[in-house]
Design a protein around this ligand. Structure first.
Ligand code: ZN
Length: 415
């Protein structure tokens, strides 16, 4: 009885409103169609966005992560993409050859100021490269199929032991470690054409440069921009290793308690340094200790090294974080090419170091894996090496780039 009344009521209201039943369902289905189309469009946009995100990981050889990003989205396109990534992943090869390592110092952004004829000119010419040289080198490395990797991608610590972990890349690619020493923007460099610091601005890492707008005047932001436009130049987002000392503060901030005292200015500098360091880490950069006082680790006494380690721990580590990587200043290693042993080595291992980097420009690449350490030689790319290569006295740079094409004509005449 009641049911009838409801049915009757509906019929009555339809009659009253003057609508036929078919017209109502037409309007209804039109609305449904519209909302369906809207839903489909937003679904499509979501699929495309997800694929874009996955593609970025895939471009950097991280197919597992790319597949993981696609997983929650079930669609024809994502299924096809997943298949594509699976195939590309299968085609990767373990890179078993010893991985080379190139290192740089701060880049000369304004050669007129660096090469102004003062007493520091020759030093800059010997140990630095210009921004233009570095940009040419990056282009050449990319063209020659190099891919940036982290030392921590090459060997890992497991149960107190160091084990080699070859990276997997497509055939024809060559892993390469990049590092920059003394990313401190030392006092002595002021006014000589170098950036003043690294900092975070609008979510990006940039340099401050006196007399110029903030931008890319040193290695970090230049590599960042390059990887942004050439994502396949980086393995899983790897950028490089930054060697940091302590005595003039870090990353261009006069943050050292030991050097500048305990005061408000130093506290502000420390805050800025830490903020920048966190952003660098997130951006794919790693830090290495370069000792607090830029000391000759191979020559100094155990007591001096111990004191330096303590200072680093108090002054620098709170800003950049604890690091297992040590870049020897002057390449001054605690041992020769034999396996590590001795008191200094023990001290460094006990202090948490597992990755060690010296300098050897006599060969393309060199590494050593000990029971508890990974050691790698680096080639210094600087004015000395470039001039040698241009003169045909070394061929060590040849697999990376053509020194003659890279060499900057603004360098001073040298006898
Ligand atoms: Zn150094």
């Amino acid at each position: 009885m009641r049911r009838n009344w409801i049915i009757g009521g509906v019929a009555l209201s339809l009659l009253l409103s003057g609508c036929g039943e078919s017209e109502v369902s037409e309007k209804k289905s039109e609305k449904t169609r519209e909302s369906q189309q809207k839903r489909q469009a937003s679904q499509q946009a979501y699929i495309e966005k997800t694929i874009q995100r996955a593609d970025r990981y895939a471009a950097q050889y991280d197919y597992d992560r790319a597949i993981k990003v696609l997983k929650p989205v079930r669609a024809k396109e994502t299924n096809l993409k997943t298949e594509e990534y699976e195939q590309k992943k299968q085609a990767l090869l373990p890179m078993k050859k010893t991985v080379p390592h190139l290192f740089f110092h701060s880049l000369i952004a304004d050669p007129k100021q660096a090469f102004d004829g003062d007493r520091k000119e020759a030093g800059y010419d010997d140990y630095m490269v210009t921004q233009q040289e570095f940009e040419r080198i990056l282009d050449a490395l990319y063209k020659n199929d190099y891919v940036l990797v982290r030392p921590t991608d090459l060997a890992k610590e497991a149960n107190g032991k160091i084990v080699e972990t070859p990276v997997r890349l497509p055939k024809g690619k060559h892993p390469l470690v990049l590092s920059q020493d003394d990313v401190n923007y030392y006092e002595y460099m002021e006014g000589d054409g170098f950036a003043k610091n690294l900092k975070v601005k609008d979510g990006k890492i940039v340099n401050t440069m006196v007399g110029k707008p903030d931008g890319a005047y040193d290695l970090v932001p230049i590599v960042d921009a390059f990887v942004q436009s050439h994502p396949d130049f980086s393995y899983k987002g790897a950028k490089g290793l930054l060697g940091i000392t302590g005595y003039n503060g870090v990353l261009g901030y006069r943050s050292s308690y030991n050097q500048y005292g305990h005061n408000e200015k130093v506290e502000t500098a420390r805050k800025q340094a830490k903020q920048t360091a966190v952003a660098l880490n997130k951006d794919g950069w790693q830090f290495a200790s370069h000792t607090y006082g830029h000391i000759w680790v191979g020559k100094e006494s155990v007591a001096t090294i111990r004191a330096d380690l303590k200072r680093y721990k108090q002054d620098v580590a709170p800003l950049i974080g604890k690091t297992p990587q040590l870049i020897y200043p002057y390449g001054s290693d605690v041992g020769d090419w034999h396996d590590y042993s001795g008191e200094k080595y023990r001290l460094l291992i006990d202090s948490g170091f597992r990755y060690f980097f010296n300098v050897d420009a006599s060969q393309h690449a060199w590494k050593q894996i000990g029971p508890d350490y990974f050691r790698q030689a680096r080639i210094n790319v600087d004015g000395i090496r470039l001039r040698q290569a241009v003169a045909g006295k070394t061929s060590v740079l040849d697999p990376f780039f053509d020194a003659k094409e890279v060499f900057d004509s603004v360098r001073p005449e040298r006898k």
